[in-house]
Design a protein around this ligand. Structure first.
Ligand SMILES: NC(=O)C1=CN([C@@H]2O[C@H](COP(=O)(O)OP(=O)(O)OC[C@H]3O[C@@H](n4cnc5c(N)ncnc54)[C@H](OP(=O)(O)O)[C@@H]3O)[C@@H](O)[C@H]2O)C=CC1
Ligand SMILES: O=C1CO[C@H](CO)[C@@H](O)[C@@H]1O
Length: 312
């Protein structure tokens, strides 16, 4: 079995550099996917309240724990605080709800999913009005961070971090933090390589996780990373697939990577990236594919005071 290296967080916790994404993993399929993934050697699972499948993921984890295939301490489980729960007093109940669904006593990592907040309306977790407009709120993420720290104080999360935060927003958290964020999870793939933001995070001892590392091929988009001629040429050279090269690229930049798949052959394919090295020259060619092509934009929120994507 391939060995997945770890990234050491600023609090000493070790995080496998490779994990499984679960956004859009159908609740009816994801239990089996999680079990297959654990059998293959996956130990890191990226989850979120808003993915609406944490119960089914928890079921897969529980079956493998009960079978004795893995112990809880072998696993690294992330979840994320949804935007409707940014008020400080809502954070502990929110993590408890995710833990209950996942069937766990603690998370390894709990992230603030987005810097902007939504209004909490019962039965409307996506917080949209009847015209499809987001119902936003002005809660400041520094208030949210105080609630995140309580998750660590109470032993519910071993570490806490952020997601989709820009450099200024991370700095604002660092300025008030009693417990430093360990991680920023951001969209990152060769067409949006995020060099500046990654350099900033690494300089502050904050690890980075790449989401959408394959360029989200399910999105109807004219630029399909996995068909990129440069990536295809490089992958042929190493006898690997373009997906494997895109994933290996992140690992070699010390970026944690969490590709999503529900397809068993792809679970294997994506996992098999620890037996080759991309040369410095080829890493440079992949760097040069950058074209600032952001796929997750939330552009309707661009006027919100905490919208993160108007600067690095
Ligand atoms: N913090 C945040 O705001 C966000 C976090 N995330 C996290 O990051 C994870 C990964 O990002 P995601 O948006 O899912 O995008 P990815 O770039 O991981 O793409 C996933 C898609 O790629 C397909 N795929 C997987 N492996 C291969 C392969 N080897 N060859 C070809 N196609 C492949 C999957 O299909 P199939 O499943 O059918 O095999 C799926 O359609 C998410 O699942 C989620 O956990 C994602 C977005 C935002
Ligand atoms: O994690 C997520 C998955 O992707 C979605 C967008 O397509 C985001 O809303 C969300 O943050």
């Amino acid at each position: 079995m391939n060995k997945v290296p770890f990234i050491k967080f600023n609090n000493g916790l070790k995080c496998p550099i490779f994990g499984l994404g679960t956004w859009k993993s159908n609740p009816g399929e994801v239990t089996q996917v999680v079990k297959d993934a654990i059998d293959i050697g996956y130990r890191h699972f990226d989850c979120a309240f808003i993915y609406e499948n944490e119960k089914e993921i928890g079921k897969g984890i529980k079956e493998k724990l009960d079978e004795g295939v893995v112990k809880r301490e072998d696993l690294f489980i992330t979840s994320k605080l949804w935007n409707t729960k940014h008020e400080k007093e809502k954070v502990l109940p929110a993590i408890k709800a995710s833990l209950k669904d996942l069937g766990l006593d603690y998370l390894d990592l709990y992230l603030v999913h987005w810097p902007f907040a939504f209004q909490e309306i019962p039965g409307n977790i996506w917080a949209k009005d009847e015209k499809g407009h987001w119902l936003t709120s002005d809660v400041d993420f520094t208030e949210t961070w105080k609630g995140m720290e309580e998750c660590v104080d109470n032993g519910l999360a071993k570490s806490i971090g952020v997601s989709n935060f820009n450099t200024k927003q991370i700095q604002a958290v660092l300025d008030i933090a009693r417990i430093k964020p360990v991680n920023n999870q951001i969209e990152c793939y060769p067409y949006l390589n995020q060099k500046k933001l990654i350099d900033f995070c690494h300089a502050h001892d904050i690890s980075v996780t790449s989401y959408g590392p394959l360029g989200r091929p399910f999105m109807d988009n004219s630029l399909q990373l996995l068909d990129d001629p440069v990536l295809m040429q490089i992958s042929a050279k190493y006898n690997k697939s373009p997906a494997q090269v895109a994933l290996r690229y992140q690992v070699q930049r010390n970026v944690i990577v969490i590709p999503k798949t529900i397809t068993k052959s792809r679970l294997h394919e994506n996992f098999n990236i620890f037996d080759f090295n991309i040369s410095t020259e080829d890493m440079k060619s992949i760097d040069e594919l950058d074209r600032n092509k952001r796929l997750v934009t939330f552009s309707e929120l661009s006027k919100h005071k905490h919208y993160p994507f108007l600067e690095d």
